[in-house]
Write a protein that binds this ligand. Structure first.
Ligand code: XMP
Length: 384
């Protein structure tokens, strides 16, 4: 509730039915089904907020529960068929839930008129590219172009250490590969994106052209001029939790539906310094252990993001009788609702101990593990 605002006079026929320390009128009613509230029931921190909204819709307004994940799926399928007709659609899969759900909806609507493109930039977590391939090719029988481009990305990233330059290179390279792959498909008319309502609000652009509305998180400056594609954005009025429900409704694996956010530039912005095969191998092995322990201890879903960082520092250690000079891995675990702010997660000491033991024992060339206890602000979630 906004502390500065107070209602000092009520309209006739209305009375205060709830108050807070700051405001004599937190809820007002005329006793005939008209109510007013002066706080935000929709924000996460309001106790019983969702209950208040439910009560208003279903009890006071007697609204039927017409809008369900199931009805959303059937309505979307119809809308997509109408928009696409006999046209050809492409979709870039990122491995995340948004593009997966958007692609699956479009696939249910127009089947083989859709081709998905997955660009393996070599910067993803262990097993993730394979999971995308298994889910889409084998499980959903979607036409999938799996573009193995690791070599190309690593070549462009050679010697680069500046975080923003890394992002730019990865974004540009993605566009080049995507453009080349799409070109091989001949005439394409539509581009499907997993744009969500928060992206729509954020981009603030009323312009419908692809370059203006391309999802900012993909770190993509926009598709080239010659790719004139109409957008199909079946999720543009949904929030994340609704997208996950639709994903479950569509039968997508829980692992994909509840995947923690993962940045477009991937592990590249969790390696301080040059991104090369050796650094990627080290980070991937450490990251795998973090994930494994977090999942084994049932912490995955309550944490916004959990990952390892290759800090670029080296420290002295001792293994057996030998002195070592190895990599320092940092563990990052945060709780957040929207990534705008985040609190470092108070992971149980036992979990931290297991993670640390396993990383220093199992990952070659790592002899020290530290835990990042910085919240956002002042830190960001990622290290770069
Ligand atoms: P920061 O580090 O800014 O991250 O606190 C907030 C959220 O955004 C993700 N992130 C990115 N996602 N491309 C992306 O697609 C990026 O360049 C990028 N940088 C940060 C980050 O993982 C977190 O969820």
């Amino acid at each position: 509730m906004s502390h500065a605002d107070q209602i000092t006079e009520l309209p006739s026929g209305f009375s205060a039915v709830a108050y807070t320390e700051n405001s004599p009128v937190a809820v007002t009613s005329n006793g005939k089904g008209m109510l007013g509230i002066q706080f935000h029931p929709e924000v996460v921190h309001t106790p019983h907020g969702v209950e208040i909204i439910n009560n208003f819709l279903y009890e006071i307004c007697s609204m039927g529960e017409l809008w369900t994940s199931g009805s959303f799926v059937s309505d979307s399928i119809e809308r997509i068929r109408e928009q696409v007709g006999n046209g050809k659609v492409i979709c870039a899969l990122s491995g995340g839930v948004d593009s997966a759900v958007a692609a699956t909806l479009v696939h249910q609507a127009v089947g083989d008129q859709l081709t998905c493109i997955f660009v393996n930039n070599g910067l993803m977590r262990r097993e993730e590219p394979e999971r995308v391939r298994n889910t889409f090719e084998k499980f959903l029988s979607v036409n999938l172009v799996f573009s193995e481009s690791t070599e190309r990305f690593l070549h462009s990233l050679k010697g680069v250490t500046d975080p923003e330059t890394k992002r730019k290179i990865i974004g540009n390279e993605f566009i080049n590969v995507f453009d080349e792959e799409a070109d091989k498909l001949g005439q394409v008319d539509f581009l499907t994106q997993g744009t969500l309502y928060p992206d729509v609000i954020e981009s603030k652009s009323a312009d419908d052209s692809v370059s203006a509305t391309i999802k900012t998180h993909h770190n993509v400056g926009g598709l080239p001029e010659h790719m004139k594609l109409e957008l199909v954005e079946p999720l543009r009025y949904l929030f994340k939790d609704e997208v996950r429900n639709v994903g479950l409704e569509l039968g997508l694996p829980e692992e994909m539906v509840y995947r923690q956010p993962f940045p477009g530039p991937g592990l590249a912005i969790r390696i301080m310094g040059e991104v090369n095969r050796q650094n990627l191998d080290t980070l991937r092995a450490a990251d795998w252990i973090v994930m494994d322990e977090i999942k084994a201890n049932n912490l995955y879903r309550e944490l916004w993001q959990t990952f390892a960082v290759l800090t670029g520092s080296r420290s002295v250690g001792v293994t057996g009788d030998f002195r070592t000079y190895g990599n320092v891995i940092a563990i990052r675990a945060v709780k957040s609702d929207d990534a705008m702010t985040a609190d470092w997660a108070r992971l149980p000491y036992d979990v931290l101990a297991n993670i640390s033991n396993r990383i220093s024992n199992e990952v070659p060339d790592v002899n020290r593990v530290v835990f990042d206890i910085t919240s956002k602000p002042p830190g960001t979630i990622e290290w770069e």
